[in-house]
Design a protein around this ligand. Structure first.
Ligand code: ARG
Length: 461
């Protein structure tokens, strides 16, 4: 196939090579970024007197036309053009002639791809942040109905202490807050422009990289060109951010799966976001959280894969780096749809408060409160109190009741120092509300936490 750039190597290459070498099938996705970058580069070249105003105007017109053609699906992509950069430049030259050939002055595909890909990552960082904020708002809305809905808080998946459902959801709000902060921080760090670095060493042309950076909305240009053309940390960062985000999504999904099982029945996912079995007509399956949990695997894979591609690469650009894009595209698309569907599943689920509260009566959740009571009231060393509480729990098990339901008579049999007021401490709701230390589960504390997160969201840009 005829090539736009056929320098040292002849104008024809084998079809097999074209197929193997091309990134066009997947980097077409970057066409908007490529055109945006070329517009800014051309504007800068004109400002520096490297292009005249007529050339600039025809480059801009041509690029706009190409953009429309691609958007409308009319652009014919040819694998021999290798990548989106070549495909657009070739078409531009066919359309406008010599001015098109001047566009690549003081630019290489190495800084061009670094720019396009960075623009894509930066744009999508903002998209993911917005989706995360909208998930946070949904979690806070559901939480606001449940500051008094008790459920067993667990460690080792064993009933531990009573907490409220809002508090549990706020743990996820807190995780996703860190995710948002991670996206913010990588956005800031990578908000610098690679264009104008050319192949690896800069250019003798009198360009103004500050101007191009400004045109593209970057804070400033990067400092060292050799690093810039081989730097894919911005891609690693979005992959890591997404991997961590998906870890959080996966943990919440696991809880949704558990909670919607008949053993728990804490929640019921809406029919709209549940699926049925092809053979068992009675079944309602939590496919959404299961798939969210499952999709975590591919985004971890994408991160490991790019880390592996980059390790051991000598400076500067190497063709290995063309392998950087598909994993990022996949992780971004996976995270986008995951965030959206999780939000909808949360929004439409039904919370079974009475089942949650019933479950609090399994596992003697106020045992720690009894031990604390003995320490305070009877001036007992904690280890003694711990032991006596243990005997009382054994007694409760024998009688087949929960500790919170034992009578004062039964308690006194084990230790005569226990008085009537112990019942207040054994009460499960009191147990929950006793945990009013900063960050604790007491309803009043949970309400404060909720207000904190709402304020934080209001302050986000
Ligand atoms: N398609 C290439 C990529 O995705 C663009 C850069 C090619 N540069 C080069 N010197 N071959 O990485």
């Amino acid at each position: 196939m005829a090539k736009l750039a056929s320098g040292r190597v002849g104008a024809k290459s084998s079809e097999l090579l074209d197929l193997f070498n091309a990134s066009l099938p997947f980097d077409q996705k970057l066409y908007q970024e490529d055109i945006e970058g070329s517009m800014a580069h051309a504007t800068m070249l004109a400002a520096q007197g490297i292009l005249n105003q007529d050339e600039l105007a025809s480059i801009k017109d041509g690029l706009i036309q190409i953009k429309d053609e691609i958007a409308e699906g009319k652009f014919v992509f040819k694998i021999a053009d290798e990548d989106i950069h070549m495909a657009i430049e070739k078409k531009l030259t066919e359309m406008i002639g010599d001015a098109g050939k001047k566009l690549h002055t003081a630019r290489s595909r190495n800084d061009q791809v670094a720019l396009d890909f960075r623009l894509y990552v930066q744009k999508n960082t903002l998209v993911l942040k917005a989706l995360l904020v909208s998930l946070e708002k949904e979690l806070l809305t559901v939480a606001s109905y449940h500051t008094e809905s008790m459920l067993p808080g667990m460690t080792h998946l064993q009933h531990a202490q009573p907490i409220n459902f809002a508090y549990h959801l706020l743990a996820y709000v807190s995780m996703f807050k860190r995710d948002i902060e991670r996206f913010d921080s990588s956005y800031e760090r990578n908000n610098i422009s690679p264009i104008g670095c050319a192949a690896l060493a800069g250019t003798p042309h009198k360009i103004d990289r500050f101007l191009t950076a400004k045109e593209l909305g970057f804070k400033e240009p990067t400092v060292n060109c050799l690093d810039t053309v081989s730097d894919r940390d911005f891609a690693l960062e979005i992959l890591f951010n997404i991997a961590t985000l998906m870890t959080h999504i996966s943990r919440l999904s696991e809880e949704l799966v558990l909670w919607s099982s008949s053993e728990f029945s804490f929640i019921s996912l809406s029919d709209e976001y549940s699926t049925s079995s092809s053979i068992m007509p009675q079944k309602k399956n939590p496919d959404v959280p299961e798939l969210l949990r499952g999709k975590t695997g591919r985004v971890y894979g994408n991160l490991i894969s790019l880390l592996t591609v980059l390790k051991g690469l000598p400076l500067a650009y190497n063709k290995d780096m063309q392998e950087d894009k598909e994993g990022v595209f996949d992780s971004v698309e996976t995270a986008k749809i995951s965030l959206e569907i999780l939000r909808e599943a949360i929004k439409t689920m039904t919370v079974n408060i009475s089942r949650m509260e019933e479950a609090c009566k399994i596992g003697h959740l106020s045992a720690t409160d009894l031990a604390d009571y003995l320490v305070e009231k009877c001036d007992m060393p904690f280890r003694d109190a711990y032991k006596i509480t243990g005997s009382i729990v054994v007694q409760a098990e024998k009688s087949g009741v929960d500790l919170s339901e034992m009578s004062i008579e039964e308690l006194k049999v084990v230790d005569s120092r226990i008085e009537e007021d112990v019942l207040t401490f054994l009460n499960l709701r009191n147990s929950m509300n006793a945990r009013a230390s900063h960050g604790g589960t007491a309803t009043e504390e949970t309400v404060k936490q909720m207000a904190y997160y709402i304020e934080w969201i209001k302050g986000l840009s």
